[in-house]
Design a protein around this ligand. Sequence first.
Ligand SMILES: O=C[C@H](O)COP(=O)(O)O
Length: 263
Amino acid sequence: MADTVRRPLMAGNWKMNLNHLEAIALVQKLAFSLNEKQLTEVETVVLPPFTDLRSVQTLIDGDKLLIGYGAQDLSPYASGAYTGEISGPMLARLGCQYVVVGHSERRAYHHEDDATVNAKVAAALAHGLAPILCVGEGLEVREAAGHVAHCSDQLDAALKGLTAEQVEKVVIAYEPVWAIGTGKTATPEDAQEVCGAVRERVAERFGKETGERTRVLYGGSVKSSNIAGIMAKPDVDGALIGGASLDADEFAKIVRFPEHVSR
Ligand SMILES: O=C[C@H](O)COP(=O)(O)O
């Protein structure tokens, strides 16, 4: 992790897990497990299913918890006849700060292509939400050593038409598909290679300052036992955590990573 203006971000993507009652219990436990200093040093965010958001908002606002929250997806449209969809304005009204866009599970199971991801990034920004934009290669691309080019192409497509000022608000998450939910974590060097390349690409297209300010996360089988090594890398500003974020103790240990990193 570089000594820059970039505040570390640990975001827990719960995926399709935990109902609204379980969500309240987890957020309460997470908040009790971390003190003000830890939550100030490391931005801590939960990304629950849509049905939990109102409960999470009520708890976080009511108890003034230093925990952020957001959604896992949004429609590219603001309103209209799109059955089953949830819009940016709806999420903004619920106080969401973040929304995941282009997660590999949505690209694979919901056939989201680069144009859709680009439209969703723009929709999020238009409604004051910071997109957590996911890029990442599958195993075949990795084995053919095409991972950097693949992520760079996904990034270019997703950021098409944006200004530098907008790009600074985007959080980019490098999530190698082969490391998601598999227990196969990328090594800190693997994470650094792509996170560094992503930052360089942002700098090339939107300017050096924008590259320096944009946060780049790693995601894929992150746990308390491997987070310190990953966060020691200069271009990794945090993590997008799946399975491990469903356990409040484990998530809190991940947030406390600075205690295990020598800087
Ligand atoms: O969004 C989170 C990632 O898909 C990582 O999931 P995981 O930590 O369960 O491997």
